[in-house]
Write a protein that binds this ligand. Structure first.
Ligand code: DCP
Ligand code: MG
Ligand code: MN
Length: 336
């Protein structure tokens, strides 16, 4: 609301009509036409009002102004502020920042930076923002990536990965972990864990598997092509099942050596909350749990590990829970 010069304007309540005009915009954008209309009528009246509003009663006496609108007018007259408007403004900002935070590869910091650079829509980002490779993919599949898939679809994707892995290394284990294994009806992504019981066939499988999946066309975009984590290899990308009307889905693939299988399975099944609890529990008993192993005899100085400890044998998930001294929990009971 630009202040018009005193010469041009007879509006003695401009400080009030300014705020009310902003409210009109908010209500119009939230499709609350009825409120917008009420505010507009009050603005008309206030503009022609011969004196500055100096009491609640004076506002209430204006034609078309009820008690609620009188409250608002008097609040502005008294304090120069309208809390409701501030709330709206804050919400709008938060909404935009949330919109931006949901671009894969953009954190809260980047989202805020984009906001501060004046961007307000995904189209702004598309046309004006400097984007990383990951953010471009994230933006391209914005709606699809935010959408959760039915677990049947996760199962179908798991099946495609399993068949490709089985072709390359017969006897392979390829299983969907994450929310799928915890029995959730919908999944944010597909988390496929790959290993081989012979203890050696997992070697070299990672790149061959990705090449095969790309050849088949199921992998459409790469986010992280190869993250090396000790003896584990991780891929993060986007996939899509063949056929019409299929959405793009996030997929994570981890290939691990068989002796790390149980700990990787516990980790990759989650939930993230359970993982934090188990790690804390391990720490309290001088152990340390990771996606690789459960170590005992760990020596810590404050928060720092002075001695890594030695890995316990963990052939199964049950053995991990047993070493930690907690009752085994089936995947369906690992959400809290
Ligand atoms: N994980 C973790 N800590 C994190 C992220 C992940 O321990 N910060 C582990 C536990 C998760 C698993 O990895 O269950 C898979 O991560 P996802 O982000 O795919 O989470 P979920 O599969 O549990 O849920 P969603 O359905 O949203 O994918
Ligand atoms: Mg998941
Ligand atoms: Mn995942």
């Amino acid at each position: 609301c630009t202040q018009s010069s005193k010469m041009m304007s007879e509006n003695l309540n401009e400080h009030i009509t300014c705020k009310l005009e902003e409210m009109v915009k908010k209500y119009k954008s939230t499709s609350d036409q009825w409120r917008a209309f009420g505010y507009q009528k009050a603005i008309q009246v206030l503009r022609k009002h011969p004196t500055q509003i100096s009491s609640w009663e004076e506002a209430r006496a204006l034609p078309g102004v009820g008690t609620r609108l009188a409250d608002k007018i008097w609040e502005i007259a008294e304090s120069g502020e309208l809390r409701k408007l501030n709330e709206f403004n804050a919400d709008e900002d938060i909404k935009v920042i949330e919109l931006f935070t949901n671009v894969w590869g953009a954190g809260a910091h980047t989202a805020r930076q984009w906001f501060q650079q004046g961007f307000r829509t995904l189209d702004d980002l598309h046309t004006k923002a400097k984007l990383t490779h990951q953010q471009k993919i994230g933006l391209k599949h914005y709606e699809d990536i935010l959408d959760r898939m039915p677990r049947t679809e996760a199962a179908a994707i798991e099946q495609v990965v399993r068949e490709a892995a089985e072709f390359l290394a017969p006897g392979v284990i390829a299983q969907c972990c994450g929310s799928y294994r915890r029995g959730k009806p919908t999944c944010g992504d597909v988390d496929v864990l790959v290993t081989h019981p012979d203890g050696k066939s997992h070697k070299g499988l990672f790149s061959k598997l990705l090449a095969k999946l790309k050849e088949s066309g199921i992998l459409t975009d790469d986010l992280v092509t190869a993250e090396d984590n000790g003896n584990q290899k991780k891929y993060l990308g986007v996939c899509r099942l063949p056929g019409e009307n299929q959405k793009h889905r996030r997929i994570d693939i981890i290939v691990v050596p068989y002796d790390e299988y149980a700990c990787a399975l516990v980790y990759f099944t989650g939930s993230a909350h359970l993982n934090r609890s188990l790690r804390l529990l391990a720490k309290k008993s001088g152990m340390s749990l990771s996606e690789h192993s459960l170590n005992t005899g760990v020596i810590r100085k404050g928060n720092e590990k002075v001695f890594e400890g030695t890995p316990l044998p963990t052939p199964t998930e049950e053995s991990v829970f047993r070493h930690l001294g907690v009752p085994y929990r089936p995947p369906e009971e690992r959400d809290h």
